[in-house]
Design a protein around this ligand. Sequence first.
Ligand SMILES: [Zn+2]
Length: 199
Amino acid sequence: MFMESAPVERLLESLRRLPGVGRKTAERYALQLLTLPLEISDEFSQAVLAARKAIDWCPTCKNLTDIMPCAVCRDEKRDRTTICVVERPTAVLALEKGGGYKGLYHVLHGVLNPLEGIGPEALQIDALVDRVRNQGIKEIIIATNTTAEGEVTALYLARRMAEFDITTTRIAHGVPMGGGLEYADEVTLARALEGRLPL
Ligand SMILES: [Zn+2]
């Protein structure tokens, strides 16, 4: 069967690197990609490569950006004493869409997960501690998701922040339990930020 040919296997393996894509979903995507006209496939693969090469992590906040540092970190009008800590760039997108938050961000690129061997060193936590130490930060808002791992990460961060003279808050539970920030609507997100509680 064509699905077992080496190049198709390689495509399936690549697709499965995406979060939430298992064997079945990868096969469905692969079939759709394989039925595209060759020039469209070519455009698709060039677009993926070009976009990936144009984007990298902001050296300060670790969000994805095409300019270094990113637009938020450059913006002098933002509140440069407050950092909202999120798991992934998608959460920054959701919060920026709401437009109510005027501080800076820090993207951890994941959450603590001892069962999967993901410890603090696998996340952008030391970079956050450096910013708090050196950049005149007064408040850290921990906006990790309300999953078990998100809560564990929030508690760990609160402990790490205890050595600094800053306020550490956790977004209120307007965000659905077990939910990702990116799935909350803008009003819920705004309320969650306003109703944040000290940790
Ligand atoms: Zn940045």
